[in-house]
Design a protein. Sequence first.
Length: 297
Amino acid sequence: MKIAFIGLGNMGGPMAMNLHKAGHALSAFDLSAEACSRFASEGLPIAASADATLSGAEVVISMLPASAHVEGLYLGSDGKPGLMEKITAGTLVIDSSTIAAATSRKVAEAGAGRGVAVIDAPVSGGTGGAIAGTLTFMVGGAEADLERARPVLEKMGANIFHAGGPGAGQTAKICNNMLLGILMIGTSEAIALGVANGLDPKVLSEIMRRSSGGNWALEKYNPLPGVMENAPASKGYAGGFGTDLMLKDLGLAQENAAAVRAATPLGGMARNLYAAHSLAGHGALDFSSVIKLVQKK
């Protein structure tokens, strides 16, 4: 397929590369010249603008930071038209950004008015999953549109779930990330407590991993430096999933909870703790750096 790919960040770049390696004809773009240069050096075809990626595209994929970026890209902003006015009818749009479900529904509605199919397909699996092509996709939209997208999604992920109609993928994603944020804080507290008592963090982590406290953070993303060689914690908390991105997702969860009058007390507390961590100057670090809040100095 000929694919337009917009957004070459820590997640989007590796996803685009996997599609390129799978033989799809890509035209990619990012507002960051550094990102474009980096992936161009790896052989990814780079377009001069987001508009330029659309030429002949059968599928448009976006991976952007927030709702405002997605809405601006597709629906326009500051008096400038969005891509939706330029995308050919019959094209499939896959937005893998993590944004408000309401924004996904708004873009899908605009697409329907122009004969453009839109699905929201946020991902889980981190940068490691993006590189390895083992991401989990949570898809919102018509089932027929998901089936059109499946051959493309399968080149970037190992698990594909149809969550429901437009926006349902985003709802599933914020539920998942709210739980992840809570689990990372709890895991950090437990490890910090053990270390404060003189326990070896590697031994303690393995005990908990194989016991009832086992979770994804202990399996693949330990927050303490030196416990897992390839985890962001052992690389100065560089790369990975930033604290400010986790804070954004927890904020989306709280906005959604308020809208449907759901009780999420731990989600609210997690958001406040990540906000404090960000205000302390750690917003650009991987979210597992939240352990700094509870470590004994």
